[in-house]
Design a protein around this ligand. Structure first.
Ligand code: PLP
Length: 357
């Protein structure tokens, strides 16, 4: 089977097998890594290796903290304004889809922060406003955006020009292609798409953006507290952290982020080019902004939706039903999805169109 779920996503098969082999008796220690103290030598080594591997994969500069947090993407929707808002300054929130909208709504709850929302949409997804044309406030305490909108299926790869710190929600695109970390103030991502199981959240935070020592921030969202305690102020999600480490090693073994980007581009091209030449299916996102990770598509005859989903499942192609806000179908093709999975999907789509078209 191939799992096209948008998250929590599938892990690479090799990683699952390794985790299974090590599950009960990790490295001959007689118990699972999950059962070991996070303060013990063994886990600290696993944790430090995972951090180093992530630093290597993304070439994270030394002046950035790598934090392994709780709370998921939405936890960061609160953590970002709580840690970064400066008194008297506003924050710019780019609203390009469902998740960036949710982030802006969360930020607006913090009354000390004035949130300016900037939409990237004109009348539809075919004509989006390019990052270079976003009307940003140079004095904002930060600019928040979501480079890959998981629900809407659009992805911005260019960065806006601004002197304010950029904060990016990379939950559904981290490690899918190279990025220049030094261009961002904060990058965060819920782990559950390209990194590992849910329950772990990664935040890369430039040193100068750590909050003041006495800032009134809930401890589980406080970047400084995490940084000063090696992400172990409270009990971290140890098993998710260990699994993330296995995924980072798998990525390194398979050529790193550059090689992954080539595979992801080919997977996305394979699917979009079939959809574009078909009368039976369509994708509504402007070509320049189509996501490599989440591909929403629609059947010309929407009455066939349920039949499509159920026949796909019978053929081992899981979770293709579109997000409830968008409808239609969505194929999430994260790092762990092999090219063969996409090719199998395209073959199924062709056959479905031939029989029902
Ligand atoms: N941001 C993006 C881009 C997402 O795709 C998601 C979830 O899919 C979230 C944030 C919310 O993440 P969580 O469910 O971990 O809070």
């Amino acid at each position: 089977t191939y799992n096209f779920c948008a998250g929590p996503a599938m892990l690479p098969v090799e990683v699952m097998q390794q985790a299974q082999d090590e599950f009960v008796n990790w490295h001959g220690r007689g118990c699972s890594i999950m059962e070991m103290s996070h303060r013990g030598k063994d886990f600290i080594k696993v944790a430090a290796q995972a951090e180093q591997d992530l630093r290597d994969l993304l070439q994270v500069p030394a002046n950035y903290k790598v934090l392994f947090m709780h709370g998921g993407g939405r936890g960061q929707f609160s953590a970002v304004p709580l840690n970064l808002a400066k008194p008297g300054l506003s924050a710019d929130y780019i609203v390009s889809g469902a998740w960036s909208k949710a982030a802006a709504e969360e930020a607006a709850k913090f009354t000390q922060l004035q949130v300016q929302t900037i939409t990237t949409k004109t009348d539809d997804l075919r004509s989006l406003i390019a990052p270079s044309d976003w009307q940003l406030n140079p004095n904002a305490s930060f600019v928040h955006f979501c480079p890959n909108e998981t629900v809407d299926g659009l992805e911005f790869t260019d960065l806006p020009q601004t002197s304010a710190s950029l904060v990016a929600d990379l939950s559904s695109t981290i490690l899918s292609r190279p990025i220049d970390v030094s261009r961002y103030g904060v990058i965060y991502a819920g782990a559950q798409k390209n990194i590992g199981p849910s329950g772990l959240t990664i935040a890369l935070v430039r040193d100068d953006l750590l909050p003041a020592k006495d800032a009134a921030i809930p401890c589980v969202l406080d970047y400084r507290l995490y940084a000063e305690n090696d992400s172990m102020f409270n009990t971290p999600p140890t098993y998710a952290w260990y699994l993330a480490g296995l995924v980072f090693q798998w990525l390194k073994r398979t050529g790193g982020v550059e090689a992954m980007a080539q595979r992801n581009q080919l997977k996305a091209q394979t699917l979009y080019s079939y959809i574009d030449q078909s009368d039976f299916y369509r994708n509504d996102v402007a070509t320049a902004y189509r996501s490599w990770m989440n591909v929403p598509f629609f059947l010309a005859d929407e009455r066939l939706n349920d039949q499509f989903v159920s026949e796909a499942e019978q053929n081992g192609l899981l979770a293709l039903k579109g997000h409830r806000m968008v409808g239609g179908m969505r194929a999430s093709i994260y790092n762990a999805m092999p090219l063969e999975g996409v090719q199998t999907l395209v073959s199924f789509m062709k056959e479905f169109a031939r029989v029902n078209g």
